[in-house]
Write a protein that binds this ligand. Structure first.
Ligand code: DGL
Length: 264
């Protein structure tokens, strides 16, 4: 691995862009590759075996491009694939992500924490273990959000149908007395402006993008792999509709980026 090599970042779709942004802010010298597996979205309703197979083919794609690290910018894919990928590539710095239960348990004043996440994440043994470990003194109310990711993927983050669906998902959390809500899917930080309109002002929203960027920096630093100098332009691939990603990227990413088809 060389310092100037790129970092591969992966999600089922555009959600991981919320993590990519945190990485770019913290590590502005790094060259970034991003794969959106939009052709197979939503992962939240897929089997772990299917998601593992997809994650493996993205990992191989990044390896072929010499990536010095791999970030699974997706809670659902982390649950399904991170353990196997760590076994497959023991020497490759690999960062996964999980709902921020620990910081949320520390932040809540009401003692009730809400979690918005995909069905796959909420049903996993990994999430249950997270609750056992960090949520012993708080009540956790979970809310799966089917359909939300597909609406976010359209790129229209203010549509009436999105308003209605999201309202239906947050109401039970507010009703249960949550003062802290974990955004347990990387797509959901795109909904922060909408959530700010919907939620009482005292509610804290917590996501994991910045923590992932810090962990990546730590892993690269330990291996003396942090880049210096100017990065290459960020490159994007999608397994879904190429023109759709090209269309919506300027609103979501707000920087120039090359978009190609991911055929693996
Ligand atoms: N963005 C993904 C996550 O963090 C999941 C979206 C999907 O269901 O595909 O969980």
């Amino acid at each position: 691995m060389v310092k100037g090599a790129p970092i591969g970042v992966f999600d089922s779709g555009i959600g991981g862009l919320t993590v990519l942004e945190e990485i770019q802010q913290l590590l502005p010298h790094e060259s970034l590759l991003y794969v959106a597996d939009c052709g197979h979205i939503p992962y939240g309703e897929k089997t772990p075996a299917f998601i593992l197979e997809r994650s493996r083919s993205v990992a191989e794609f990044f390896r072929e491009r010499g990536a010095k690290a791999f970030v699974i910018a997706c809670n659902t894919a982390t649950v399904a694939a991170v353990a196997d990928l760590r076994r497959d590539y023991p020497d490759w710095p690999l960062v996964g992500m999980e709902p921020a239960v620990k910081p949320a348990a520390a932040a809540t004043r009401s003692g009730v924490v809400g979690v918005l996440a995909t069905t796959g994440t909420l049903q996993s043994a990994k999430f249950a273990a997270l609750l056992d470990r960090f949520a012993t003194d708080v009540r956790v109310v979970t809310q799966p959000c089917p359909g939300l990711v597909e609406l976010i993927e359209t790129g229209d983050l203010d549509s009436p149908v999105l308003h209605r669906l999201l309202q239906g998902y947050v109401e039970p959390l507010v009703g249960a007395g949550c003062d802290t809500i974990i955004l347990g899917c990387t797509h959901y930080p795109f909904l922060k402006p909408l959530l700010a309109q919907m939620l009482p002002p005292n509610i804290i929203l917590i996501d994991t993008g910045a923590a992932v960027a810090r962990q990546l920096k730590r892993l690269l630093g330990e291996r003396d792999l942090l880049a210096a100098g100017d990065p290459e332009p960020t490159q994007f691939w999608t397994s879904g509709d190429l023109f759709h990603l090209r269309n919506i990227l300027p609103t979501l990413w707000k920087q120039p980026g090359i978009v190609r088809s991911f055929a693996s």
